[in-house]
Write a protein that binds this ligand. Structure first.
Ligand code: OGA
Ligand code: MN
Length: 190
C-alpha cells in the first residue's frame, strides 16, 4: 500500500542523551502552561504546545538531522518551516483523527517522539476500512508524506485504546517535536 511507503518510522533516531537534552530545553517553557482539555471541537485533547525556532546548539544539531532526513534541500518535500511545533500530550491526552491543514503545512510532517511510546492510527478519508496503525516508540522519528499525509487522517490513540498488534502500549506523557514543510504555493494563497 502506498500509505506504508509514505509513513516511515525510524526507531532510535535519537539517543537517550539527545532526548534528555531536548526535554531539558523544553521543560521550563512547557511547565508554565496548563494542559487544555475543555474544547470539545478541538482535534487534540489534553495538550499544551509551543513553537520554537532558536534551540540550544546541541538540540539544533538534532533538528538539523531531522530536517536532513525528512526534508533534504532540493527534495520533493519542499523547504522546512523555520520553526518546530512542540506538542506535549498529557497522560490522558489524545489526538483525534484529522488531516493537517494544507494552508499551514506542505507535503511532509516529521515527528520526533520523546518521553513515551504511542500508537498512531492512519485511516483513509474516503474508505474507512483502510487503516494502518503505526507504533511510535520513544525516541523514534516518523516521516509522513504523500498519500499518508493527504489521503489519510492521523490520530494518536488515548491510553485506554492504545494497543498495537494486540499488545498494550502504555502512553504516558508524550512530547512530539514536529518539523513540517512549508505549504505548497497553491495552498498557501487561500
Ligand atoms: C498535530 C499532530 C502528531 C504527534 O499536531 O497535528 O498530528 O505526533 N501531532 O504529536
Ligand atoms: Mn496532525
Amino acid at each position: 500500500m502506498a500509505v506504508q511507503r509514505d509513513m516511515q518510522v525510524l526507531p532510535e533516531f535519537i539517543s537517550e542523551q539527545e532526548e534528555t537534552s531536548l526535554l531539558a530545553e523544553l521543560e521550563p517553557v512547557l511547565k508554565k502552561m496548563r494542559y487544555e482539555f475543555d474544547h470539545w471541537d478541538n482535534a487534540i485533547h489534553g495538550f499544551r504546545e509551543t513553537e520554537r525556532s532558536a534551540w540550544w546548539p546541541q538540540n539544533e544539531a538534532v533538528l538539523a538531522r531531522v530536517r536532513a532526513r525528512a526534508l533534504p534541500p532540493g527534495g520533493a518535500g519542499g523547504a522546512p518551516l523555520p520553526y518546530a511545533h512542540v506538542l506535549d500530550l498529557a497522560p490522558a491526552g489524545r489526538i483525534k483523527p484529522h488531516v493537517d491543514a494544507v494552508r499551514f503545512c506542505g507535503e511532509v510532517i516529521a515527528g520526533l517522539c520523546l518521553s513515551s511510546a504511542a500508537v498512531m492510527r492512519l485511516r483513509h478519508e474516503r474508505d474507512a476500512r483502510l487503516v494502518l496503525d503505526a507504533l511510535l516508540p520513544r525516541r523514534c522519528l516518523y516521516v509522513m508524506r504523500g498519500t499518508a499525509r493527504y489521503e489519510f487522517s492521523h490520530a494518536v490513540l488515548g491510553n485506554e485504546e492504545s494497543f498495537f498488534r494486540g499488545a498494550r502500549v502504555l502512553k504516558l506523557r508524550r512530547v512530539a517535536v514536529l518539523c513540517r514543510s512549508q505549504p505548497r504555493p497553491q495552498d498557501a494563497q487561500h
